[in-house]
Design a protein around this ligand. Structure first.
Ligand SMILES: NC(=O)c1ccc[n+]([C@@H]2O[C@H](COP(=O)([O-])OP(=O)(O)OC[C@H]3O[C@@H](n4cnc5c(N)ncnc54)[C@H](OP(=O)(O)O)[C@@H]3O)[C@@H](O)[C@H]2O)c1
Length: 342
C-alpha cells in the first residue's frame, strides 16, 4: 500500500491555510495529519470541516492551538507554514531539526540577504543560515533543486504575478528603460486581520494605491529579476474592492526590432506547463479568468515605439499562495505536479 505524504498546516484558520486544507484534503498522495491555529483567539479546537466552506463534510483533524509538541507528535513529512513572517522564521528551524520538510508561504525565507530583514520585514532574522538553503519556489522556474528540498520559500502573491510575466522577456527588454508594475490586489491579500483600512466602508466603491517604494515584495522581485536597488523598476500596489485576485499591468520597452512573434516565442517556455496560460497577442486576461483556479493567465500587447503592455492575473490565495505551495510539495515529493490541483 502507498505511504502517503503526511502534511501538517500551521495557520489553517487563516485565509491561505484554509485553502491549503481544501487542496490537501482532495490530494490522492497526501494526508493531513495535523492543523493548527495560533490559539490566541480560540483555545478550543476548530472542527476541520468548518475551516473552509468547500470542505463540506470532509474528514480531517480539528485545528488545535499551535504547540511544537503536538506538531511533532503528528509525525509530518512536510509542514506548511501559512503564518505571519516572524512566526515562520521562528518555527521553521525547529521543524527542520525534527526531520520534516517546510514549505513556507510567508516571506520569512524569500530574501537571500539577512540584512534586508530588519529594513523590509522589521525583525532580525533568527535563522540567517537557512536563507541560502531555501529554494525560491516559483515553480515554473525551478529545476531539480525542488526535488527533495528541505525548505521551500513560496513566492509572494504580487511577485508571482509580476515574475511569471516578466522573467521570460528580460532578454528582449531595452537596457536602462524603466519597467513599471501596476499591481491591483483583492483585500484577502492582507489576511484576515482587522484594520480600519481593510473595513467594508473604506473599501466598497473605493480604489487606492499604497506602499509605494516601501512594499516588502519589491526587494523580492528585484532579487529574482537580478536588479539592483537602484535599477529603474517601479512597483505600485493597489487595493481593489474585491475579495480575491491580483491583476498586474506591466509597462515595458522592448529592444529595437522586437515584434509580437519574438514575445510569443519567449513565452513558449510555458508550453506544456499546466498552470500558466499565455494568450495570443492583443488578448488580455481578466480577474475572473483565474479566481478560484490554480492558474496564472498572461496577455500582452505591443504599442508603437517599442513599448509593450503585459497583463498577468492570478488568484492571490491559490497561485499566489496555497496552490503554488501544493505544486511545490508535488515537485519536492515526486508526485504528479497537477495532483490535488486540477
Ligand atoms: N493572503 C494572501 O493572499 C497571501 C498570499 C501569499 C502569502 N501570504 C502569506 O501567508 C501567510 C498567511 O497569510 P494569510 O493571509 O493566510 O493570513 P491570515 O488570514 O491572517 O491567517 C494567519 C494564520 O496564522 C495563524 N497565526 C497567527 N499568529 C500565529 C502564531 N504566533 N503561531 C501560530 N499561528 C499563528 C492565525 O491563527 P488564528 O486564526 O488563531 O489567528 C491564522 O491561522 C502570511 O505570512 C502572508 O504574508 C498571504
Amino acid at each position: 500500500m502507498e505511504r502517503k505524504t503526511r502534511a501538517a498546516i500551521l495557520g489553517a484558520t487563516g485565509y491561505s491555510g484554509a485553502e491549503l486544507c481544501v487542496l490537501l484534503a482532495r490530494h490522492s498522495h497526501a494526508e493531513i495529519v495535523s492543523v493548527f491555529s495560533s490559539g490566541k483567539k480560540d483555545v478550543r479546537p476548530v472542527p476541520f470541516a468548518r475551516l473552509h466552506p468547500l470542505l463540506g463534510r470532509a474528514a480531517g483533524p480539528d485545528a488545535e492551538p499551535f504547540s511544537q509538541g503536538r506538531l511533532d507528535a503528528s509525525r509530518p513529512d512536510v509542514v506548511f507554514l501559512a503564518t505571519p513572517n516572524e512566526t515562520s522564521a521562528e518555527v521553521a528551524p525547529k521543524i527542520l531539526d525534527s526531520g520534516a520538510k517546510v514549505i513556507d508561504i510567508s516571506g520569512a525565507f524569500r530574501l537571500r540577504d539577512a540584512a534586508d530583514y530588519p529594513k523590509w520585514y522589521g525583525f532580525e532574522h533568527p535563522a540567517p543560515g537557512l536563507l541560502a538553503e531555501a529554494v525560491y519556489g516559483l515553480t515554473e522556474w525551478c529545476g531539480e533543486e525542488l526535488a527533495g528540498a528541505r525548505l521551500v520559500a513560496n513566492p509572494g502573491c504580487y511577485p508571482t504575478s509580476v515574475l511569471l510575466a516578466l522573467k521570460p522577456l528580460l532578454a528582449l527588454l531595452a537596457p536602462g528603460e524603466a519597467v513599471v508594475c501596476d499591481s491591483k490586489s483583492g483585500v484577502s491579500g492582507a489576511g484576515k486581520k482587522s484594520d480600519v483600512a481593510y473595513s467594508f466602508s473604506e473599501l466598497d466603491g473605493n480604489f487606492k494605491a499604497y506602499g509605494v517604494g516601501v512594499h516588502r515584495h519589491e526587494p523580492e522581485m528585484r532579487q529574482e529579476l537580478g536588479l539592483s536597488h537602484e535599477a529603474p523598476f517601479v512597483f505600485v500596489p493597489h487595493l481593489l474592492p474585491v475579495v480575491r485576485g491580483i491583476l498586474t499591468t506591466l509597462h515595458v520597452t522592448f529592444r529595437a526590432g522586437v515584434g509580437a512573434a519574438d514575445v510569443a516565442a519567449a513565452f513558449a517556455r510555458y508550453d506544456g506547463q499546466p498552470f500558466v496560460r499565455v494568450r495570443p497577442a492583443g488578448e488580455l486576461p481578466e480577474l475572473r479568468d483565474v479566481v478560484g483556479t490554480p492558474r496564472a493567465d498572461i496577455g500582452f500587447a505591443l504599442l508603437p515605439g517599442g513599448r509593450g503592455v503585459l497583463v498577468s492575473v492570478i488568484d492571490n490565495l491559490l497561485k499566489g499562495a496555497a496552490s503554488q505551495a501544493v505544486q511545490n510539495m508535488n515537485r519536492v515529493f515526486g508526485h504528479p505536479e497537477t495532483e490535488g490541483l486540477s
